[in-house]
Ligand binder design. Sequence first.
Ligand code: SF4
Ligand code: MG
Length: 347
Amino acid sequence: ENPLLTVEDLEVGFESFDGLAEVIDGVNLSIGKGEVVTIAGETGCGKSVTMKSILRLLNQPPARVSGEITFDGTELLSLSDREFERVKGQRMSLVFQDPMSSLNPTFTIGEQLTDTAQFGGDSDTGVVEFFRRRFSGERDEARERVLEMLREVQMPDPENIMDSYPSQLSGGMRQRALIAQALLNEPDLLIADEIGTALDVTIHDQILDLLKDLIENHDLSVLMITHNLGVARQVSDRVYVMYGGRIVETAPTEELFENPKHPYTQGLIASIPRLTGDEMATGIDGSIPEYLDPPPGCRFAPRCPYATAECEEARPEMYERGPQTGVECVLYDEAVPASERPTVEET
Ligand code: SF4
Ligand code: MG
């Protein structure tokens, strides 16, 4: 079966006075039907830029995007704006990390979500048609669907919530409202940006549990981006680890956590707060590369404890590459004995 979404050879640069910053440097990824995939990495690693490229939010200068992004057989970057909006409106939904800024403060939750239920999939309803439909019996049906969805996301007292403004809801309730909104038009692909990470840990866990149930019940494919590997572990089937504008490792979630291969992945996993004991591990020294003048070889070399001269010369190949796995690090060349590869202690 073909993947629902594939990204091939994605390159994104930003023109500036000082030159071209190569922020995404040859990214390849895919999401199978019904698969939940996370792109994980630090702030500035390029995960948001990857997401924005898929949504065609970077289709004008100073951004320069190249590569192929294929959604269910259709190449997205070459569609007209109107064709793209149709595909996006009918088949993709987004949930953002900041539910306050994603909801309109001047309309009730009921009005906003009912508009989405009624018009979310059509990008070009004319004004006359908009008002005709808004005051037709169709409105009541849409309202019913919203109520049903609010119940499904376990919103307390949904009838009351319909008449509330976003500012009257708690952060967790706003996040639930946004998730409900994202599912109203039965998307195939849900794109979730740092979902719940602005919330406190208990609420966050509840939101992730809810999300897992919804993914299953609605047979969603999901692309999630997060800087929090714990979130990736809780929700996803497979993880892409991104560093310096490149995917440096991918593996099924359990495998990635049990046997992380790339020195950067190992550092990230070691920096997750331990389940036992309350000390935070030290993390990884150094900072992400400068995109105007990135390291010429492996972009992690300046921070990598295993770096050799070879690493600084050329970009490493993707080794152990398969549909589900891969690691971009010279230590995984066949010539290197397994005993010389880095390992992390069990977390
Ligand atoms: Fe470290 Fe070299 Fe592997 Fe890069 S290629 S992660 S510098 S060992
Ligand atoms: Mg390049």
